[in-house]
Design a binder for this molecule. Structure first.
Ligand code: FES
Ligand SMILES: [Fe+2]
Length: 360
């Protein structure tokens, strides 16, 4: 049985045991050990614009499968609730709608928009009722600009996962980001979710796999910074490329930053370009399959399709091809583990180390 040990010293370390990407048992274990305690992106506040709006969704459909509900109450406060009725488990809200209260369609149990139990027919004789357990379970909700996050377990603060990113680009107009459905897309990849992530986590392959991207990024200047549960790859543009105009007091002032590639454990990528943000969420579907959602948020339309933030579809297809071939390769009886480039694979080493830590 693999112990998923990854040496903290990257120069001495071996890559994580390939069983992690192949065995059903570890795929299943990762649900509780990796995904349940982490913070997850749950869309943006545009889904619940007005008081009374209710928006049901399934967190990581086909994997974690948790039915959740976002509501906006009369005071404009957003709540993230379990969408499961506390009577016999029916889903409370079936589709996006506007409501004054939440009423379960099965036997009429009534809840407030904050998830508080209000009333229930035919329950007069029931003893010790209602209690707190009859309220809809409330989950923690974190809002950054219009981006919403929750966590199934109250184990970590949102800042533990998102803090470094928020701090590093606190000058970025996150409140101006507008979601564009027509520019968003889902990709289905025949590879384990972690293989997709670890490919994202190194720029090492850019000159080999992404000819187009390589023309706009300065590979020599490309760098990775590792934080506790997230990391950053800083894409420096070649001379004359579209780059951020960084304010004088910002951390990276003086650098020609073409892209901030933030990755947040375990499955979220926040790619900031001068035109806005491309969020990539990697959703496990099966041991050897995942769906990657590319969600496009624009803050400055004029800079679209320029610099490192252009041609993202082409870059994605190039990544998919190589990642799908890796999924085939790691099944080999002859491949046991690899080693890391100390300079170019810190992000991948960081990811493997976190998997090993969470799978303990
Ligand atoms: S399951 Fe909701 S009222 Fe019975
Ligand atoms: Fe890539």
């Amino acid at each position: 049985m693999p112990s998923f040990f990854v040496d903290g010293n990257i120069a001495a370390a071996k890559t994580i045991d390939t069983d992690f990407y192949i065995q059903q048992k570890f795929y299943d274990e990762a649900k509780e050990k990796i995904f349940a305690p982490s913070w997850q992106f749950i869309g943006d506040a545009g889904n619940i614009k007005d008081p009374g709006d209710a928006y049901p969704f399934t967190l990581l459909n086909n994997y974690v499968n948790e039915p959740l509900l976002l509501t906006k109450n009369k005071q404009n406060a957003i709540h993230c609730l379990s969408n499961v009725c506390t009577h016999r488990g029916n889903l409370v809200v079936y589709q996006s709608c506007k409501l004054n209260q939440l009423k379960c369609r099965y036997h009429g149990r009534l809840f407030s928009l904050e998830g508080k139990f209000i009333s229930m027919p035919e329950f007069k004789e029931v003893e010790n009722f209602p209690t707190k357990d009859d309220d809809l379970h409330q989950l923690p909700l974190f809002k950054w600009g219009n981006l919403l996050f929750t966590s199934l377990k109250e184990q970590y603060e949102p800042g533990d996962f998102l803090g470094e990113m928020m701090q590093r680009i606190e000058w970025f107009p996150v409140n101006d980001l507008q979601f564009h459905d027509e520019l968003s897309k889902d990709y289905y990849v025949e590879a384990n979710w972690a293989l997709y992530c670890e490919n994202y986590l190194e720029g090492f392959h850019i000159p080999f796999v992404h000819a187009g991207l390589n023309q706009v990024l300065d590979f020599g200047e490309y760098s990775t910074e590792v934080f506790r549960y997230s990391n950053l790859q800083l894409g420096i543009g070649k001379k004359g490329d579209v780059c951020f105009k960084l304010p004088a007091n910002s951390y990276d002032h003086g650098k020609e930053v073409a892209a901030y590639y933030f990755w947040v454990f375990p499955n979220m990528m926040f790619n900031f370009y001068p035109w806005g943000l491309s969020v990539n969420i990697v959703e496990p579907l099966e041991v050897g399959k995942c769906r990657v959602r590319f969600l496009t948020y624009i803050s400055d339309e004029n800079k679209l399709e320029k610099g490192a933030g252009s041609g993202l579809n082409e870059v994605e297809l190039e990544d998919e091809e190589v990642v799908q071939n890796v999924q085939k390769g790691i099944r080999s009886r002859f491949y046991k583990y690899g080693r890391y480039s100390v300079k170019r694979e810190q992000g991948t080493h960081h990811f493997h180390s976190l998997i090993a830590e969470f799978m303990q």
